[in-house]
Design a protein. Structure first.
Length: 686
């Protein structure tokens, strides 16, 4: 078809019946030309005395805010004239848009009377008061027995009922969200392409949308329809209202769907760098040792958007106190996430075309092979920024759509290697200090990955450090360099593992030995032997609590009589997030919480929590602190270890001795107003 013929083709097909006029757009109503002609057709019909109009959407895949407002305006005009407007043949996307914006409550959708399609019916006051558990049972997703089990687990962990049900595999995320929408009497939508207005998405800055985890969908007659996974978060809704300048109506959607929709917008490297933050002039790569070829590439690329993006990304991570930077590749986009206070936050989603150049740039900085994309690579980058040097550990892993890169940020200035800075209670701190005063013996620090074990060991070494002592470490890798301490790195590639290196260290006349981690029987046995021959040995284990350290060493094959003589103490720990001081608020503890934790004798208990603000990425938490469980070995425990005890026997021993557990140490921090019950419950496996 020629251009002239194409422009002459009608955009709206008009059909006149006995009493009804049908207008059928032949293309998308998201295009101004079609909307303009529809407006003209409706005006013509009204002028001709045709007050009953049907808009046939059979050829309309989607609708935008302007189209919705136009149809509502037509309805107002026709009602005043004694007529009406209806919509027919709406496709799945258009039908969903009409539903979530409540347009179908004002304009009839022909053929929708029988097909509810997830519509929220008007609930009676009694129905609105139904608990979520009742709705699970009514929907047939849970039996009464399963509901009781889920409620008991919820009471024990402090997590939401929906999360508990999902974790048990009894319902999907969609099932829970649909029931939650019924309980709260708000719409639920599965976000996907064309079900939101791209122009309205731009009303909220992408960085703000990612922080708040919301997506503006439509703006109709001064009301912004906002997709959110937490429709009851009033601070979030208030902030969006203030920024957009109109009232907000929440629409329930899955958090992952929201973030995916935001990412689908994509950004160029220049825009991403701008949003991450401008690069300070003090940014410099140290000890890069670039080869001649790489140096030439680096010189030619100086000032390029990719370099600016990578530099800005690193600076932003250091500025925000991130411990890790994750750079991942997906089918349509890349993704940059920062781990802050143990939680990953998504900051940007550049186009997929930018992913490979970003990875190559980081490999150049780490002096690695940029041509090797099939094998994992590890390296080290040192940069100078914000007045100090920062180490970055580079790790790449090949994936389906490209290499994933994780950068561990080692900022010594923000790492406090001091026993007091560990946040121990006075009792635990005194016990730990007593253990460190020993001339020989084995001290174990336990906890899962990311619980701060290495920081505790460095703090202990800093406390013990003296020119009069020979302190030797075996690490994988050496994370922070310390004065007067002989630090050694494991090199499995040449057969120099923990056990072999420990054998050689024992010939170096050490007073104190720090073994980064005990992973297998040989290292455990050598560490025990070293502790029995006049050395103070500090090491870590991956166990959940202090008694788990004893059973793990026995399971590795260490003889009970040797372990009972060598082990002088265990420190179990976790890192929990602390309440953000900028949005901290207090409330009276509910009676059921007071009864559950036995706080009746503490008077009127007040609990603190964070409302969520821009300072804490709306999490309500900022910063972390340690909670601990310390166990020192006395004669009674030595005799118990000699008998090769099971976990139950050791746990009973802990109760009899009155050792403060990790959970109860966490509850004390709750009473001090430093953290929340939910954070403590979520960090500890009961």
């Amino acid at each position: 078809m020629s251009i002239a013929a194409e422009s002459a083709a009608p955009k709206i097909i008009r059909t006149q019946g006995a009493a009804v006029t049908t207008l059928r757009p032949t293309g998308s109503l998201t295009e101004d030309a079609f909307l303009t002609e529809l407006h003209a057709s409706v005006e013509h019909a009204i002028e001709s005395g045709e007050y009953q109009i049907v808009i046939d959407l059979v050829s309309v895949p989607s609708l935008n805010s302007a189209a919705l407002e136009a149809m509502l305006d037509y309805q107002d005009q026709l009602i005043r004239a004694g007529g009406w407007i209806k919509v027919s043949h709406a496709g799945p996307i258009a039908r969903e848009i009409l539903r979530v914006t409540d347009t179908d409550q004002y304009i009839s959708v022909v053929g929708e009377e029988a097909a509810n399609d997830g519509r929220i019916e008007e609930h009676s006051p009694a129905a609105k008061r139904k608990r979520l558990g009742e709705l699970f049972v009514e929907a047939g997703l849970l039996s009464e027995a399963q509901l009781k089990e889920a409620l008991a687990l919820q009471k024990k962990t402090g997590k939401r009922l929906g999360s508990t049900v999902i974790s048990k595999g009894w319902a999907s995320d969609k099932d829970v969200l649909q029931l939650l929408s019924e309980q709260l009497n708000i719409h639920f939508v599965q976000l996907r392409s064309r079900i939101y207005d791209p122009a309205v998405v731009q009303l909220l800055d992408g960085q703000i949308a990612r922080r708040l985890k919301v997506l503006p969908m439509f703006k109709v007659r001064g009301v912004l329809f906002l997709a959110t996974a937490n429709p009851q978060s009033l601070p979030t809704l208030d902030e969006v209202e203030e920024r957009v300048g109109c009232s907000v109506r929440p629409i329930l959607a899955g958090r992952e769907d929201i973030m995916r929709a935001i990412n689908d917008q994509g950004q160029d490297a220049e825009h991403v760098a701008d949003l991450l933050g401008m690069v300070d002039e003090d940014f410099e790569i140290l000890e890069s040792n670039l080869s001649d070829d790489y140096a030439a590439i680096d010189e030619m690329a100086a000032g390029s958007p990719i370099i600016s993006l990578v530099n800005a990304m690193i600076q932003r991570a250091v500025s925000d106190g991130a411990s890790d930077i994750h750079i991942e590749a997906f089918r349509t986009h890349s993704r940059i996430r920062y781990r802050i206070d143990g939680v990953l936050y998504e900051f940007q989603a550049p186009k997929i075309e930018l992913h490979a150049p970003m990875v190559s740039r980081l490999k150049v900085m780490a002096n690695l092979d940029i041509a090797e994309r099939r094998m994992p690579q590890d390296g080290r980058i040192q940069v100078f920024t914000q007045g100090r040097s920062v180490d970055l550990r580079f790790s790449s892993l090949p994936g389906l759509h490209g290499e994933k890169v994780v950068l561990r940020v080692l900022d010594k200035e923000k790492s406090v290697f001091d026993l007091v800075g560990l946040g121990m209670s006075e009792t635990n701190l005194e016990t730990f200090r007593e253990l460190l005063q020993s001339n020989n013996g084995l001290i174990l620090v336990t906890g899962p990955t990311g619980s701060g074990k290495t920081t505790s060991l460095y703090s202990a070494l800093n406390y013990l450090n003296s020119i009069e002592k020979n302190i030797v470490t075996i690490e994988d890798p050496v994370e922070y360099q310390m004065d007067i301490i002989n630090q050694n790195e494991v090199r499995d590639g040449i057969g120099l593992g923990f056990a072999k290196l420990l054998k050689h260290v024992l010939r170096q006349d050490p007073d104190i030995i720090m073994v980064g981690e005990i992973r297998e029987r040989e290292t455990a046995e050598i560490a025990v032997q070293a502790a029995l021959t006049g050395h103070l040995v500090l090491s870590t284990l991956h166990t959940n609590d202090s008694v788990g350290a004893v059973t793990r060493m026995l399971d590795m094959g260490v003889e009970p009589y040797l372990l009972s003589s060598a082990l002088i103490g265990v420190v179990a720990q976790r890192l929990i997030r602390t309440i953000c001081p900028s949005c901290r608020t207090e409330s009276i503890a509910p009676p059921n919480i007071v009864d559950r934790y036995g706080w009746q004798d503490r008077g009127k208990v007040r609990l603190s929590h964070g409302r969520g603000c821009h300072q804490c990425y709306d999490s309500g938490y900022k910063g972390r602190m340690g909670i601990h469980e310390t166990l020192n070995t006395d004669n009674e425990l030595q005799n118990l270890i000699m008998s090769n005890p099971g976990r139950d026997e050791l746990t009973e021993f802990m109760k009899k001795r009155g050792v403060v557990s990790l959970f109860h140490d966490g509850l004390e921090r709750v009473l001090q107003g430093k953290t929340t019950i939910e954070e403590v419950s979520g960090s500890i496996v009961l």
